[in-house]
Ligand binder design. Structure first.
Ligand SMILES: C[S@@+](CC[C@H](N)C(=O)[O-])C[C@H]1O[C@@H](n2cnc3c(N)ncnc32)[C@H](O)[C@@H]1O
Length: 297
């Protein structure tokens, strides 16, 4: 990842030694900064992110109504405005004056989304530096970090966290093409806090089928010796022994499996993060520390 802040130094040169002042004494003048990050594939689709939208409104509804008009950034919305518009419409039910900014690093995708602006919803160019006029309360970034490497993903997490409003959160995740399978991490100013797995249960073979959708910071850690691997192994076991509940439907089986898993893993069992109302949606959330990669705490 290229970090592209181009502020002149005392000689009027930028970080790469290029002159950014015209003549005379050095001037502390910023030239237009290049957004931090890279243009990647723009794949997206209607309702693809409904699982995380639903989760954000349920889990952060209180946060969204708690203070001044909240700013929410949807980073890397892709080739179409749709997922940002859907997030806006869903958040507006919770907080009617919410301001949502769809942010893309690709200027052509920003131009394509502009006609869909409306009061409270805008589309702008930007990257991980989040060029907005005030700190966002929520940053949602889905299917963005997949195409960066693990070290870059951690770096991006750090940059996004540093831009948050007080009490704010980053929701960073990955999902399947049409959103039937998704996982996401939430982070606050201090670091990663939770990991959520969410699946359409019809057609799910076993919980570890979600492994291929793990966020970048975890996907390469699904190997013996890592916590996330042990977690998925134990979840699969709980799913197997809960098979008899399948007679009442896949939801009953998932709930039984999560309850079994909670005997040995720190699964929150009450709202907003846990409890049957969330589990029946094919979700489970655990603290980040339960599955964090070895050596990261
Ligand atoms: C696969 S699309 C995801 C679209 C949408 N979020 C979704 O999940 O359906 C990823 C988008 O992220 C954009 N992107 C990648 N890095 C970015 C960055 N640092 N800042 C802003 N956008 C970025 C890419 O240009 C691409 O359009």
């Amino acid at each position: 990842m290229r970090v592209s802040w181009t502020f002149p130094d005392e000689h009027g040169d930028d970080a790469r030694g290029r002159r950014v002042t015209r003549q005379g004494p050095p001037v502390a003048r910023a030239v237009k900064a290049r957004p931090v990050g890279e243009v990647t594939r723009g794949t997206t689709g209607h309702n693809r992110l409904r699982r995380s939208d639903r989760w954000i409104t349920a889990v952060y509804g209180r946060l969204l109504v708690s203070g001044e008009r909240p700013l929410v950034v949807d980073l890397g919305y892709g080739a179409s405005h749709v997922t940002t518009t859907e997030l806006f419409l869903r958040l507006r039910r919770v907080r009617p004056d919410v301001e949502v900014v769809g942010m893309e690093i690709d200027p052509l995708r920003v131009a394509a989304a502009k006609p869909y602006e409306r009061p409270g919803l805008t589309f702008v160019r930007g990257g991980f530096e989040l060029p907005v006029s005030r700190p966002p309360l929520v940053v949602r970034a889905f299917n963005v970090l997949r195409q960066y490497d693990e070290a870059q993903a951690w770096e991006a997490w750090g940059m996004l966290r540093s831009r948050l409003a007080a009490g704010g959160v980053v929701v960073e995740g990955t999902c399947s093409e049409i959103g039937h399978r998704a996982t996401w991490v939430t982070l606050d100013a201090s670091g990663p806090r939770t990991v959520t797995l969410s699946a359409r249960l019809g057609g799910l073979g076993r919980p570890s089928d979600l492994a291929e959708r793990l966020p970048k910071a975890l996907i390469h850690r699904n190997v013996p010796g890592e916590r996330v691997h042990a977690f998925l192994r134990d979840f699969d076991h709980a799913w197997t022994v809960s098979a008899p509940y399948g007679a009442y439907g896949a939801r009953s089986r998932w709930i039984a499996a999560v309850e079994r898993l909670a005997e040995t893993w720190p699964v929150p069992a009450s709202p907003p993060l846990g409890g049957r109302r969330r589990w029946r949606l094919g979700e489970v959330t655990v603290p980040w520390t339960a599955v964090a990669p070895e050596g990261t705490g």
